[in-house]
Design a protein around this ligand. Structure first.
Ligand code: DAH
Length: 354
């Protein structure tokens, strides 16, 4: 004859049965509305709910019984929690039950939307302007070798820009550095593409500078390159005039001052008529009426040859501008550090522009 069950064995058996019944109930439960779901949640997961009761009862079982029932109880708890989560999602999402959708007292799914960073707003505008002229857009690596950042661009070995004070070198390898300008992407493009080439290259650049209101150790540039037969300085000038007028105002004037860059010959720096005072002279343009916005020139034949392009057949122009500089001109941001501080009070001011 079977021996009578002990109290703990009876509890053990009933708990197992109860759990499997409840599991079934959880699996088949469907909430008609949010109230239903809340009742379900309270019944199973509430502070005085079924699961809490069962965990209390669980404490009275023997060690082996606990192992068995513990696993089942956890399974039930997880199933109930999963059920509540999934039903919440369907009920509260916009394509959930129509009853909830029309219940205007339900809490909304509040999502804070971000705003575009001012540097991205300006970069996108620069890209749009050059795209209209048929320029394509591409990017190159921020970690560069000496060849692409300096040598192929005709920098002599002793040029001061190669100095440790300007360039961040990767430790132990003097050949590898963070690019100091986006001109490196000119080289990468000319090495791999046959002319005609008409592209711009936006990106981040790095220089070993003490951070202040007027200097930063990283900033952004857009480089431009146009290589074809018969490209002339007049083409460069016309393109830059178009850019300045699209970017600033229809009556913006430009002037080109002779300058020097190792990779262009001749080289120039371009000023625009001060967009704050319209060229009359103000504190911003130091009472000159002009502000500098970019460097440019005709690609030096040495650079073309370094990239395998026949300098007797092809000519081209290049230019490079700082995005921070253009952004400052448009929005008068006086402290460069604001661009990388992620202060929402600053960033939100640019939402509606462009
Ligand atoms: N790479 C120069 C700089 O970082 C900018 C520049 C000047 C780019 C003249 C050019 C150019 O392509 O022709 O200051």
């Amino acid at each position: 004859m079977e021996h009578p069950l002990t109290g703990s064995e009876i509890r053990f058996n009933t708990m197992r049965e109860k759990i499997s019944l409840l599991l079934e109930e959880v699996r088949t439960f469907a909430a008609a509305n949010a109230e239903n779901l809340e009742q379900f949640r309270i019944r199973f997961l509430g502070r005085k709910g079924l699961l809490q009761d069962m965990f209390d009862e669980f404490k009275t079982l023997s060690v082996e019984q606990k192992r068995d029932v513990g696993q089942l109880l956890n399974e039930l708890k997880n199933a109930a929690q999963d059920k509540v989560n999934t039903l919440m999602e369907t009920l509260y999402s916009s394509n959930g039950s129509s009853e909830v959708e029309t219940d205007l007292t339900m809490p909304v799914n509040f999502r804070e939307t971000g705003t575009r960073h001012p540097l991205n707003i300006v970069r996108n505008e620069i890209i749009r302007i050059f795209r209209r002229l048929g320029f394509t857009v591409s990017e190159g690596p921020e970690i560069e070798d000496d060849w692409h950042n300096f040598s192929a661009l005709n920098f002599p070995p002793e040029h001061p820009a190669r100095d440790m004070q300007d360039t961040f070198f990767i430790e132990q390898d003097p050949d590898i550095a963070l690019r100091t300008h986006t001109s490196s992407v000119q080289i990468r493009t000319m090495e791999t593409t046959k002319p005609p080439i008409r592209s711009i290259f936006p990106g981040r650049v790095y220089r070993n500078e003490a951070i202040s209101a007027r200097a930063h150790c990283f900033f952004h540039q857009v480089e431009g390159l146009y290589i074809d037969k018969n490209v002339s300085f007049a083409d460069l000038k016309q393109t830059l005039l178009y850019f300045a007028r699209e970017m600033f105002a229809a009556d913006t004037q430009i002037r080109l001052r002779p300058s020097y860059f190792p990779f262009t010959e001749p080289s120039a720096e371009m000023d625009i008529s001060c967009n704050l005072c319209g060229g009359k002279g103000c504190g911003f343009c130091k009472y000159t009426g002009w502000v500098e916005i970019l460097g440019c020139g005709m690609v030096d034949p040495n650079v073309l040859e370094n990239c395998g392009i026949d300098s007797k057949v092809y000519t081209g122009y290049a230019f490079g501008m700082g995005i921070e500089r253009i952004t400052n001109l448009k929005y008068q941001v006086k402290d460069l550090r604001m661009f990388s501080e992620n202060d929402l009070r600053f960033l939100r001011q640019f939402e509606s522009s462009f």
